[in-house]
Write a protein that binds this ligand. Structure first.
Ligand SMILES: CC(C)(COP(=O)(O)OP(=O)(O)OC[C@H]1O[C@@H](n2cnc3c(N)ncnc32)[C@H](O)[C@@H]1OP(=O)(O)O)[C@@H](O)C(=O)NCCC(=O)NCCS
Length: 255
């Protein structure tokens, strides 16, 4: 007989009782932080004090980065078109993809695959960078349009070191940065996505959660931007670039 039940190990809900991963949600409330509860959801266990601090710092690092990131422009555009907050949040989240926010997942996948290979980290990094360069592929998690050094990376690695989370993945990420600079003859700093990828890998998170980290971190920022758009700006204002040029066919007749 096929099993037609839903199976889930996340929450157990009964009349008057809500348990998340076995813990009563009312006990979590007031005793554990929001970040600790998110860790519990994702990992299935409550974090240690060190894990909680590291995880909280990760979530804070990507909370917002101004009005120009594509997801914020998307969210504000949906709101400006006369849609409610929920539609605008969904619009902003839909903009998150392989080239915006997706670098955490891609970089964590690479770090997790390569860090488990045998050999000295420096040699692995050199090999990895050469492999990407020979295929003319970019390394996700490196480079930034604005920052020469991403301040969030420095801080995340500092906290990781203080809390003893600095392991082979962070070591590999830093080594890649050095070889990448040599090969590309320019500095391509580990950006916040790359830093998060390295830290979550050293914390034992599966790379497939990568985009989830960005979404969980950035949605509060999107909500704030959407609320500002709805309350401060007029509907359907000019949000995009007005400097445009048509380069299609000249006027023509269908006959
Ligand atoms: C973030 C990013 C789009 C910023 O790019 P940018 O500063 O506008 O730089 P450009 O796209 O103009 O690239 C400039 C040069 O650096 C190289 N470069 C930039 N990022 C690179 C990377 N991650 N790996 C390898 N080479 C890279 C480009 O190939 C280009 O080389 P060239 O001059 O030989 O053609 C870019 O660094 C990138 O694609 N990074 C990977 C994706 C990523 O981490 N995204 C998350 C951003 S927070």
């Amino acid at each position: 007989m096929p099993d037609d039940k839903w199976h889930s190990s996340i929450s157990n809900i009964r009349k008057g009782e809500i348990r998340v991963r076995g813990y009563d949600v009312t006990e979590l409330m007031g005793n554990k932080s929001f970040a600790e509860a998110i860790f519990l959801l994702l990992k299935g266990e409550l974090p240690t004090a060190a894990e909680a601090k590291m995880f909280d710092a990760i979530l804070t690092s990507s909370i917002d980065h101004g009005v120009t990131p594509p997801s914020v422009l998307g969210a504000r555009t949906v709101a400006s078109g006369g849609n409610p907050l929920n539609a605008a949040v969904a619009g902003g989240v839909l903009v998150i993809g392989d080239t915006h926010g997706g670098a955490i997942e891609q970089c964590a996948k690479i770090l997790q695959e390569w860090a488990q290979k045998e050999g000295e980290v420096g040699k692995l990094a050199a090999h990895l960078v050469e492999e990407f360069a020979s295929k003319n592929k970019r390394l996700p998690g490196y480079g930034h349009r604005l920052h020469d050094v991403d301040p969030r990376t420095i801080r995340l690695f500092q906290i990781a070191k203080q809390l003893n989370f600095s392991g082979r993945h962070i070591e590999l990420a830093v080594s890649i940065q050095e070889y990448l600079a040599e090969v590309k003859r320019k500095s391509l700093p580990i950006n916040v996505d790359g830093a998060i990828a390295a830290v979550i890998s050293d914390m034992g998170f599966d790379w497939r959660l990568g985009k989830g980290f960005f979404i969980i971190s950035r949605v509060p920022g999107l909500v704030a931007h959407i609320f500002e758009e709805l309350t401060r700006e007029k509907p359907m204002r000019q949000l995009g670039n007005t400097n445009w040029e048509y380069d299609g066919p000249k006027p023509r007749d269908i006959s």
